[in-house]
Design a protein around this ligand. Structure first.
Ligand SMILES: [Zn+2]
Ligand SMILES: [Zn+2]
Length: 89
């Protein structure tokens, strides 16, 4: 099993409650995979315990080696203001 690392501090991420967590930064991260060919966000398919990715733009399955894996900081406490959609960018 491959270890994932925090993009900010390079320490190993912990798998916690369905998400990645860095104990150093105290941030939660979500794993995202992007198509190497078109840059579109890939959908993860979990078949027989192996991860595959599907690109809805290319309309083909992508192997892990064709996916660019990134970790994005998950907004931890943004659920407080439920009437405020996360549109800050
Ligand atoms: Zn970190
Ligand atoms: Zn693609």
């Amino acid at each position: 099993m491959s270890q994932s690392f925090c993009p900010a501090c390079q320490l190993p991420l912990l798998w916690q409650l369905g998400g990645y967590y860095c104990a150093h930064c105290q941030n939660k991260f979500v794993k995202e995979a992007f198509c190497e060919d078109c840059g579109h966000l890939l959908e993860r398919l979990n078949a027989c315990g192996a991860d595959n990715y599907f690109c809805p733009h290319c309309n083909v399955l992508k192997s892990k080696s064709r996916a660019r894996i990134t970790f994005r900081i998950a907004a931890a406490d943004s659920q407080k203001n439920s009437g405020n959609p996360s549109s800050s960018a």
